[in-house]
Structure formats: structure tokens, C-alpha cells
Design a protein around this ligand. Sequence first.
Ligand code: SF4
Length: 365
Amino acid sequence: MGSKPILDPWSSEAVEDYQKVMEDFGIAKVAPDMVKRLGQHRLFRRNIVFSQRDLGRVLKAAEEKKPFAAMSGIKPSNIFHLGSKLVADELVAFQGLGARVFYCVADIESLHANGQPIEESVPIAVDNAADALALGIDPKTAFLYKQSACPAVQLMGYCYAKNVTNNMLRSIYGDKEIGLYMSALVQVGDILLPQTAEFGGLKPVVVPVGIDQDPHIRLTRDIAAKHGLVLPSSTYHKFMKSLTGDEKMSKSNPGGMITLSDSPEQAKKKVLASFTGGRNTVEEQRRLGGEPLKCTVYDLLVFHLEEDDAALKRTYDACTSGSLSCGDCKKAAAEKLAAFLRQHQEKKRKMLPVAEKMLTESSGA
Ligand code: SF4
């Protein structure tokens, strides 16, 4: 028998084989009927959100107009990028189905996983929260907070640690330092927070994450089962390719990512210099067509920039038939990205004081 597979939620390495991870850990696909029930949001209908645990429970609550929550968060170790946007977009999609959104700035996790002191997270936390609000998280209903300023999630971490053994943590996370295990327990508190009496008690909660974060979901589900809570549901999204090539777009590879604070001109330059699925020469491109599924520019369109499926298909067909040049395609994508950033940055400016107020008001919760 081989050893039990370990998924490391603190590693910057991309998950290569989604199917294997799903089989190893019992994660199911997002079935076509679920996509319909999810309201055909871009992230679901394009299979960007491709797998789930217990999503049916959340959909049932939405259909029966019963309370449910959607929770996720961000480590304030850097500014918002298109990968963090994906999670916020999904929270907004669930908000549209009736979820109350909980958004956590995971500064305790940042301390342990990235060595970033809590005080250095303070301005970034406000910035991150303003990005999330500008993307559509509703300030009137959402609960935004920082782990370090929320005694409830810390206390839940301590209390739930009572039933967690060393062996259990090692089998989920591998051998890690105690601080990371402690931050994982605070995340259990984050995920279970919407079910506390203060927020209306037991309810379905969906946690949109990248598949590499599944260990936190498994730990929380184990603990929820032992304490008579509703087991949290989760959804898993694919990662965008980095603009420089194959690996996932992440904070650890700044040259390959677009942040929501990039100036429109900076972002355009990055797109114009990005790795594509184009051929070596114009003649070859015309003869063989490009390879959009290997292309970071096409990824940008699919994940973020092109809402219209018919227009996306036109780009795909023009690329593969060789009638579209990468130069023209990049220019069009760069303009779309610049327009999005201009609009987003304007909204974010207005949301900065709102974010600051929300984080202050949630302190001590
Ligand atoms: S034409 Fe566009 S989608 Fe096709 S490979 Fe070039 S940049 Fe990518």
C-alpha cells in the first residue's frame, strides 16, 4: 500500500492533476444540473468551478429561501490579483443566490505561512477588503473581519482543538510547525463562524477555494461532525496560468500576475508581453492556427474578461483557424483589461473608507 497522499495548502506549487486529487479525497464534479441551479454564472457554466463537496445542500437552501452563507478569505501578504478576484467573484455569485457573505482577512495565517507580522498586514487588510467590496460583495449584508481582531474565531480554534490529535493533523497536512497547525484551527473557526448563535445558528455554508485548500475543508468537516454542526460545503476552482507560462498565477510569481492595483498601462504591457498559444511565425499561425487552450491571453478572456460566450467562441474559432493573429488578440484583451481596471479602481477608491469602517466595527466580534 502506498502512503496516504498529502495536499499542502501552504505550498505555492500548482496542483497538476485535478482528477487525481478529486479521486484521492472524494471530491465530486459540479454536475450539469447543479450548473443550471447555480444560475448559469460564468464561473460555473465554463466549468472554472469544476468540483464540490455537498453543494446540493447549499442549493437546496437557496431554492427554499432558507438562510445559508458563503465564506472565504484572503491572506494579506500581498495585494489583490486576478486569482483572488476569482474567489470574490464566486462569493458574489452566491450572494446573488441569497447567501450572506463572510470574508476573512487571514492575517494569522499570513503570519505563520508567510512570516508577515500582524502589524504589517493592517494597511493591506483594508486594501484587500476594499477590492472585495468593489468586486460586488455587499457592504450592507457581508461580515468582513481580520482573524487577529476576531476573538470568536480564535476561541473556536482553541475549543475545537480539544478533539484534534497530532496524528489527525499530520495525516491531513503532513509534518508542519505548530504555528501552521494553529492557524489551520483558526480557519476552522472562520468556516464555522456563520453557524454561531451570533449569526443565527446552524446553516449550510459554502466555502469557495482553490483545490489546494481542501485540507482545511476536510479538517473542518471532521470537527463539525463531532460537534453536531452542519458540515460545510465547498467548491473548487481551476487556477489561471501565470502570464509567463505554465505555473498558477500567484503572489509568489509577481511578474506573471496581474494585480487589481496595476495601472491600466502596466497591465496592458504585461498582456502584450505574455505567453500565448501562438505559433513561431505568422505563416505557421495562418497555416496551423493557434492553441488557445495553452494560451494565457485566452485564459484571461475565459476567467475574467469576456462575459459573452458567443464572442468567446468567435475568438476561439478565429484563433484555431489561423485567421486571428496573436498581436491583434493581445491588443484587444489588453484594452478590455485596462477598461476593467479603470472601472474597478474607481469603485475601490470609494470603498476604502467603507472597508476600513467594516474592519473596525467587526474587531472584537
Ligand atoms: S490568437 Fe489569441 S487566443 Fe490564439 S494563441 Fe494567439 S493570443 Fe492566444
